[in-house]
Design a protein around this ligand. Structure first.
Ligand SMILES: Cc1cc2nc3c(=O)[nH]c(=O)nc-3n(C[C@H](O)[C@H](O)[C@H](O)COP(=O)(O)O)c2cc1C
Ligand SMILES: CC(C)CC(=O)C(=O)O
Length: 346
């Protein structure tokens, strides 16, 4: 395997078509799904020359933790559909790569077991705030006790996106023996995830009273919301359109990044996900103001292709591509990138 795209092709061969389409698909006409990748393709990198540096520095520090490269694993649900080891395998790959895994609240391995499988891994926990705040609090306590270092609150999901691939396959539940392990509620069984239109900034405020963990708001697309996030104490914002799976026809994330970075003005780290498939995409995002990016589907393709090894290979391919692109751009460090190194078509 020489590129992330080849992993997708292999994963497609290996996966049940309904599961492949669940992972690959987006909402509506999948305009945003395509736009995320296409927008990176429209940007050009403008390299600098003769800057003479022997070594490249890829590591970044985010919310007080070091990541060996500016690529995190985005939260994605249901890893056991891709590989029997599920999120355990992903966490081990992330630990080996020395980066950060954002574990989905909808993981098919309980957060405690993900942490136990990879004690070295830095884990952040993704949360959909449930309208039942007592239940939300119990999930937060589990994430804290498991050693998660941040809460990534997904704010683009006031309703579930309408994904026609899932509807066509009739994919609306996990197979027997699999469930969202973090949604267990004692004798009440496993609760369904509620994506509620009633969630508001007031809930973020209450969450801050519940936990001392830093809160990252994921799914910010409007610069005004980025400003509001900071006013509400967000420790970081994540520019995301949920990989095109929620509201279709939103802009590509990389297109919104410059405005959001300007709004945030260095107050907190800015993360971005959506369509990152190459080291050059990572460079473009960093140059335009991101502190790091996250990848969603590529990690699932690696997992489906070859479990922990496949997910690890996906991360190492990205690392090698970043290092090579940095070298060719005349940068000794990921911090040397600046907006002048990215050109847009007229
Ligand atoms: C199969 C799948 C499941 C996802 N599950 C979640 C989730 O549980 N929570 C969440 O906040 N985002 C979820 N996302 C969105 C990702 O975190 C991320 O925003 C998106 O995948 C990034 O785009 P990329 O796949 O193009 O890298 C999911 C995405 C996919 C593809
Ligand atoms: C189970 C879902 C809530 C996970 C998700 O966010 C997604 O499929 O995009």
């Amino acid at each position: 395997m020489f590129s992330l795209r080849e992993f997708e092709a292999l994963a497609r061969e290996r996966l049940d078509p309904a599961h492949y389409d669940y992972f690959a698909g987006g909402a509506g006409d999948e305009v945003t799904l395509r736009a995320n990748e296409a927008a990176f393709g429209r940007l050009a990198l403008l390299p600098r020359v003769l800057r003479g540096a022997e070594k490249r520095q890829l590591d970044v520090t985010l919310l007080g933790r070091r990541a060996s490269m500016p690529v995190l694993v985005a939260p994605t649900a249901f890893h056991r559909l891709a590989h029997p080891e599920g999120e355990r395998a992903t966490a081990r790959a992330v630990a080996a790569a020395e980066t950060i895994m954002i574990v989905s609240m909808a993981s098919t391995v309980a957060i405690e077991d993900v942490a136990a499988a990879a004690p070295e891994a830095t884990l952040w926990f993704q949360l959909y705030i449930q309208p039942d705040m007592a239940f939300t609090e119990s999930i937060v306590r589990r994430a804290e006790a498991a050693g998660c270092r941040a809460l990534v609150v997904t704010v683009d999901s006031s309703a579930r996106g309408r994904r026609e691939r899932e509807l066509r396959h009739g994919f609306d539940d996990l197979p027997d023996g699999m469930c969202c392990e973090n949604l267990r509620d004692g004798d009440a069984g496993v609760r369904p995830i509620v994506m509620s239109p009633s969630i508001s900034w007031e809930h973020v405020h209450r969450l801050r009273q519940i936990t001392a963990l830093p809160i990252v708001l994921k799914g910010i697309l409007h610069p005004e919301d980025a400003r509001t996030a900071i006013l509400h104490g967000a420790a970081a914002v994540m520019v995301s359109n949920h990989g095109g799976r929620q509201l279709d026809t939103t802009p590509a994330t990389i297109e919104m990044l410059p405005e959001i970075a300007a709004a945030v003005c260095g107050a907190v780290p800015v993360l971005l996900d959506g369509g990152v498939r190459r080291g050059t995409d990572v460079l473009k995002a960093l140059a335009l103001g991101a502190d790091a990016v996250a990848v969603g589907r590529p990690v699932i393709w690696g997992l489906a292709a070859d479990g922990e090894r496949g997910a690890g290979r996906v991360l190492e391919l990205l690392r090698a591509e970043i290092e090579q692109a940095l070298t060719l751009c005349g940068c000794a460090s990921v911090h040397d990138l600046d907006p002048g190194m990215v050109r847009r078509p007229c």
